[in-house]
Design a protein around this ligand. Structure first.
Ligand SMILES: NC(=O)c1ccc[n+]([C@@H]2O[C@H](COP(=O)([O-])OP(=O)(O)OC[C@H]3O[C@@H](n4cnc5c(N)ncnc54)[C@H](OP(=O)(O)O)[C@@H]3O)[C@@H](O)[C@H]2O)c1
Length: 272
């Protein structure tokens, strides 16, 4: 894919720069087609130097020169940014928002109900290492080509799925948005277990992380049910079944199910 349009990235923080870096690494766009903005001039200059893109602190100017507008500021900044850029938006441009808990209808309304296409995207931090999981949800004015283009953009960060029921974005946020944090906790705990039983910490961490990565890859690449894969590595009267029994006893499954339940409710609460 080659992107012909110009892209404005409003907020070149962690996620904004990850997106820019991935687009450039995948050579789907030229640096001169990207307009990034921040609050601080010094930050804008640093980003310009690093990626050779256009940067500045004027959101309106960046939007005027672009066709695709990516909103990558913190959710609480969104109303202010929309107010600034609304006059520069027209039907030929479209908006991609990665702000957690901000609904497409909210953005459409703040853009003065000019029928602007808005696509909500929920990426995750693993995009930094090209193993991101992004879920897209198109608003009601989005056209097929705009969605296709957005899929192409986020494929540069990892895997992408699309859903059409926006109420499900709360569980998406709780599952894949927050997901890396759950796996960090699992890796940390497995590492402590290894250390407790005598492994050097660095080695224990590597074994834990690679096992989580390997297990995830097996699920994705074989397409087999995780329960089947688990049964295949569980020898009768062997080592693994004892470990599994302890996990069951500690409420491992229920804890994870409840984590998604609770985090989904929190996301809903915030978006209201
Ligand atoms: N981090 C994640 O794992 C993750 C995952 C999914 C979605 N998201 C979403 O991604 C968005 C960005 O998160 P982040 O972690 O990248 O935040 P971040 O690192 O704090 O980046 C936000 C950037 O926005 C800039 N900014 C603030 N107000 C602005 C304004 N009025 N105009 C232009 N730029 C402005 C800041 O500029 P200065 O540096 O100059 O202050 C900063 O560079 C959030 O809405 C979040 O919900 C994040």
């Amino acid at each position: 894919m080659k992107i012909k349009q110009n892209i404005a990235v409003i907020g070149v923080g962690k996620m904004g720069t990850t997106l820019i870096e991935s687009l450039l690494k995948n050579q789907v766009i030229n640096p001169s087609q990207i307009y990034g903005t921040t609050v601080q001039e010094v930050h804008a200059n640093r980003i310009k130097e690093k990626y050779q893109i256009n940067t500045g602190t004027d959101n309106m100017a960046a939007v005027s020169k672009s066709d695709i507008i990516v909103l990558a500021v913190k959710p609480q900044m969104i109303p202010q940014v929309l107010k600034q850029i609304a006059p520069a938006l027209s039907k030929e441009k479209f908006v991609i928002s990665i702000a957690a808990a901000i609904r497409t209808t909210f953005i459409e309304e703040q853009l003065n109900n000019k029928n602007i296409s808005v696509i909500r995207a929920m990426p995750n931090i693993a995009s930094l290492v090209n193993e991101g999981m992004t879920v897209l949800c198109p608003g009601k004015f989005v056209e097929r080509e705009q969605l296709e283009l957005t899929l192409g953009i986020f494929r540069c960060l990892g895997k992408v799925e699309t859903i059409y029921r926006e109420e499900l974005m709360d569980v998406v946020t709780a599952l894949s948005g927050s997901g890396p944090a759950y796996s960090y906790m699992m890796i940390e705990s497995l590492t402590d277990g290894g250390v407790r039983m005598g492994l050097p910490r660095e080695l224990a961490r590597k074994l834990a992380a690679q096992s989580v990565l390997g297990g995830a890859k097996m699920v994705l690449e074989t397409g087999l049910h995780p329960a089947l894969l688990k049964d295949e590595v569980t020898t009768p009267a062997g080592v693994t079944i004892d470990g599994l029994m302890e996990l069951e006893d500690g409420g491992f499954r229920v804890a994870l199910i409840k984590a998604i339940d609770r985090a989904t409710h929190k996301s809903k609460q915030i978006s209201q």
